[in-house]
Design a protein around this ligand. Structure first.
Ligand code: PMP
Length: 421
């Protein structure tokens, strides 16, 4: 068995089994939150004694922290292949980044989004006119569906297409470059939800041709609390600040007719009011550097091999059905959901934890329209057998089981899961 590509925290953590004894924990829920890289933790520990408030203090450590914070921004920009004029705004998460962008859309913007998206990409646009695009059954159909919808939208109004890079339910890769090209042909802009893509594949904003990219640090081997929205400056600079407060302002003065008048900052600061998460930004920058340094090729090769072990193992179990939108041969990252006949996903995931020390996720994965669509297609596979607690009585399981892994996953964890299934 081959070990991990990059060392992560949590290796060797032992957990109790229901039957007694204990076992090394197998963390197979990277798509929810990946363990932090040891190198990220070491960088944070080195910085921790020196941190101080940024952009405000005159002291030596404040200046140094400001320098490191802004260097983090430049490092993330380089990691994402940002264009010179692009902004890199630090947020709390992908959810936060997409909500920020939603508040920055010009009045009258038409938003186009596939109904298959994660709720974080599906729901922030509701104050605008949104067209929900039907689930496509191939990458080509996704491009055609988006093209047709955009073509029938009125000319002369701002348009935004929101797309995912890789599905958090099926792991399937979406044709981002092609979607960006078709969107631009119809005068629309594109935001990429890269939450599940950037942990597995390089994301180059210029090469993909997208206008904005959003992702979360905690899925990219950094701890919780920091997200990124990177991309075109114009809409961001013209919008009302996402948060009103200190740091987002240039001048605040008493108004001539009473009250206060505000001149807001331009640039990333406009949307980063309040004291920023300096440690979180250093952690994300460190994770970006580690991944770029190790090379995505090595990571993708490792994941591809383990995915092969997983899929071959699951294919030998007749009760197991993989969930897929684009078909079994579609390229995907190391995220895979499946159902097991006679089992509800939640009960199955609990059994994996209690009997085998394996951590996976069960449910609808915050992408309920997609998960329900795919689970509906497995209806009738279930039935028979016990352990189907929580099924919704439609003949199929109400929840799927999701396995996801990455840089810190040894082959033994995947083999243990296959044996357990
Ligand atoms: N988009 C996708 C595809 C995701 O998988 C997730 C997290 N599951 C999000 C967005 C939201 O990320 P966060 O919870 O970090 O805001």
């Amino acid at each position: 068995p081959v070990g991990p590509v990059l060392p992560v925290l949590g290796e060797g953590v032992r957990v109790p089994l229901a039957a007694g004894g204990e076992v090394e924990y197998a963390a197979l829920d990277y798509a929810a939150s990946a363990p932090a890289l040891r190198s990220v933790w070491a960088d944070v520990a080195e910085f921790a004694p020196l941190y101080a408030s940024v952009h405000r203090g005159a002291g030596h450590l404040s200046q140094r922290a400001t320098d490191l914070f802004e260097r983090g921004r430049a490092e993330v920009a380089a990691f994402l292949g940002c264009r010179a004029a692009d902004r890199v705004v630090f947020t709390r998460s992908t959810t936060d980044s997409l909500n920020l962008l939603a508040t920055a859309l010009p009045a009258g913007t038409r938003v186009f989004v596939f109904e298959t998206e994660h709720h974080a990409a599906l729901l922030p646009w509701r104050r605008h006119q949104v067209t929900f695009l039907a689930a496509p059954r191939s990458p080509g159909a996704a491009v055609r569906t988006a093209g047709e919808a955009l073509a029938s939208a009125p000319a002369g109004v701002p348009k935004l297409l929101c797309v995912t890079g890789a599905s958090n339910v099926t792991g399937e890769l979406w044709p981002v470059r092609e979607l960006a090209a078709v969107a631009h042909r119809h005068g629309a802009r594109v935001v990429l939800d890269a939450a599940q893509l950037v942990p597995h594949r390089p994301v180059d904003i210029a090469a993909l041709g997208v206008d904005w990219v959003a992702f979360s640090g905690h899925k990219l081997y950094a701890p919780f609390g920091t997200g990124v929205l990177a991309g075109r400056a114009d809409w961001l600079d013209e919008a009302e600040p996402y948060l009103a407060g200190g740091g987002a302002t240039r001048v605040v003065a008493r108004g001539t007719a009473g009250g206060v008048e505000v001149e807001w900052a331009r640039g990333a600061a406009r949307h980063e009011a309040g004291s920023p998460n300096v440690i979180g930004v250093r952690a994300v920058a460190s994770a970006c550097g580690a991944l770029a340094g190790a090379g995505y090729e090595a990571l993708a090769e490792h994941e591809e091999r383990l995915l092969g072990v997983l899929r071959e193992g699951l294919a030998a179990v007749p009760a197991v059905r993989e969930l897929s939108l684009f078909g079994p041969d579609a390229p995907r990252v190391a995220v895979l959901s499946f159902t097991v006949a006679g089992w509800d996903g939640a009960a199955f995931a609990r059994a994996l934890s209690e009997r085998y020390g394996i951590g996976v996720r069960a449910g609808l994965f915050c992408a309920q329209p997609l998960a329900r669509l795919l689970l509906g297609e497995t209806a009738g596979v279930g039935g028979g057998g016990g352990g189907n607690a929580g099924a919704e009585g439609c003949g199929g399981p109400s929840q799927a089981v999701r396995v996801s892994f990455g840089a810190g996953t040894p082959e033994e964890h995947v083999r243990r899961l296959v044996r357990a299934v």
